[in-house]
Design a protein around this ligand. Sequence first.
Ligand SMILES: [Zn+2]
Length: 73
Amino acid sequence: MQIGQLVKTKSTFSDEGLSRKMIYCCEEHVDLALDMIVDEFETFPILSKLDVDNLSTNCEFCRNTAVYVVGNE
Ligand SMILES: [Zn+2]
């Protein structure tokens, strides 16, 4: 699993941390998150819907509950 690695690199943003990114977002900001992945990594973003039991995460762009997670792989 990648979870431990994500936690470790979260506050440092090293070059290593840029190789994999996940953006949590609400329905309103999903387009923005997709654009960010495309701009930053020049790759097609992967869009996943969050599980119902994982709805305590907030959107990275507002205070709404995140519904989707957008990643670069
Ligand atoms: Zn939002």
